[in-house]
Design a protein around this ligand. Sequence first.
Ligand code: ADP
Ligand code: MG
Length: 692
Amino acid sequence: MRPAVLYSLFAPITSVTGIGEKYAKSYQNLGIAKVADLLWHLPVGIIDRSNKTTVAEAKNGEIATLHLEVDDIVLPRSRRSPTRVVCHDETGNIVLVFFKVFKGFLEKYLPIGAKRIVSGRVDFANYGMQMAHPDYIVANESEMPLFETVYPLTAGISLKMMEKSVKGALAMLKPLPEWLDTEFKKKQGFPDWIDAVNLVHNPKTMADINSANPARRRLAYDELLSGQLALALLRAKKKKLSGYEIKGDGKIRRKVFASLPFKLTDAQVRVLKEIGTDMARSSPMYRLIQGDVGSGKTVIAFFALLNAVECGLQGAFMVPTEILARQHYNKLKPLADMAGVNICLLTGKDKPSQKKDNLGAIKDGTMDIVIGTHSLIQEGVVFNRLGLAVIDEQHRFGVHQRLDLKAKGAAPDMLVMTATPIPRTLALTLYGDMDISVVDEKPKGRAPVKTVALPLSKLDEVILAIKRAVATGTKIYWICPLVEESEALDIAAAKQRFKELSALFPKQVGLVHGKMDAAEKDKVMAEFADGNSPLSILVATTVVEVGVDVPIASVMVIEHAERFGLAQLHQLRGRIGRGSKESSCVLMYGENLTTSAKARLDIMRKTDDGFEIAEEDLRLRGFGEVLGTKQSGFPEFKLANMATDLDLIHTAAKDAQMIVETNPSLKGDRGEALRVLLYLFEQDKNVKLMRG
Ligand code: ADP
Ligand code: MG
């Protein structure tokens, strides 16, 4: 239950003096509904009117405070044209422009001959300098605030209204009990919570707007601590849950292991050990496997699934695309058959009779492992005793989908896998309730991918090179451009390229895109993967972006590479360089590259280290963009700035861990205060939504 001290902060903003229903409606556009929202709506700048200037020195587009004398009032010729008030100072003339203004207003505020101090944004119009609707027209400097706080605004909410509302909300504030550690607070120079809120809304200089300001940092820390504490509490709670203790006898795994065509890497062995330890515990595992493209995550997942099967439990393996589901199935099926394990495929495109059989076998427990797309979480899929759920390419799934898969069992172990390398600090906020394993090594003997960037005008040369490569039996991906945000247009471009290449390379070109039917897609992919088939060039849209594994393919051409994001390029390029043959990637770009597109191509040429690329991506695009809050279930921060407050996350994580260890039921004064903090940031809701 929400503590009483927070009632006024959670009251609707109509409880603030001066905000009626109409304003409340406009405020909704800014996501402001309750009093606390108004307080979290931080200023983004200040207007400094203390800097007086002259007409001659005023800068276009900037706020100027001018001492003017009124010369003339030119009334509008029509109702739609403005009234112009001509003024001057000792350096020149300026015209004040007013639309729809009452004559009485002008007579009162700008009578001809009067001296006035006028402040507002100046613009250079074709007839000279003008100022439309000045912010202030006063006779005395004391009537005008020298500093004003700037907030993000929306239609119907003026800056004056916003300031008034925030002042009203500040006036309602009462101190809250201190939840910060006394020593830490002193060391950081953090003010009390109530003072911090007041300070951030009353900046005096630009330095007060900066996120390095202690008041801002305090609020950011509060928010981060609340999030980390919620996660830590959740983790502690989960450790108490009991699920299956999965500790297979290794019989099946030994068989599969013996027939693998390769030896596991040290990293794979280490991660499997970490998983094994987790699975053997009675509390359900929740582990993230992070490993660059091609590091061999699939086989790790498979061994974990077999561990469950050895214990008479079932396993589910969910992947984002149908192509990927089929590929995993086709690879794992022979191994499973050999070891006497039942495995099936579930996608949206299955034949009804087949599907019925599979669902029956999943329900009665005879099916051991199910590989599938989102179809796995449909209502009709009922497991007999789900022991382990694996999610591949987890960033492609939403939070609810992960929860839905988990809900297919009583308390199944969860393994989620991603090729997106996330800096540790971010992993803490994103996956603070998960344990993390990193596959930090790729299988040996992989030749690095050579990457070049070429203008599209060199297409002919590229085709010549392709011709030579095809002659030596090389398999080539030809990735077609993203055309706007429309899959239909992407497919049209791919079809066109397919036609042109087919004319040059008869019978040697295949096409895959998202709208093809399953059997057809399957056939093309299988032919492409088959070293003995003549199909050498696979024209594809981004459907092959994630997970696809055809080790004999060693060349990739990406058309209009400048239209792809870094993460996407890295994923795409990760399709090659999977065998021992030297691989090449050709990034073809169009004309007029933007600076950031050029930077992306440069980075791709320089490195194929996913971690490095991810960091560059963060630098180029910023955190919000990269993480795509909705997809990742990433809690959006209101106060913390992911670019500048990263150091605080670490501290908050440690602080939270300490709290959970020493005071797990949040007792005593600090415990009570921490409860207030959790409710203040609505972590009660978030925790439920995040992983349940
Ligand atoms: P990703 O981590 O991108 O999902 P995959 O699991 O698809 O990578 O593995 C990439 C390729 O490497 C596959 O062809 C797989 O069979 C192969 N592979 C996996 N582990 C090893 C290993 N230890 N040695 C050699 N090849 C391996
Ligand atoms: Mg994979």
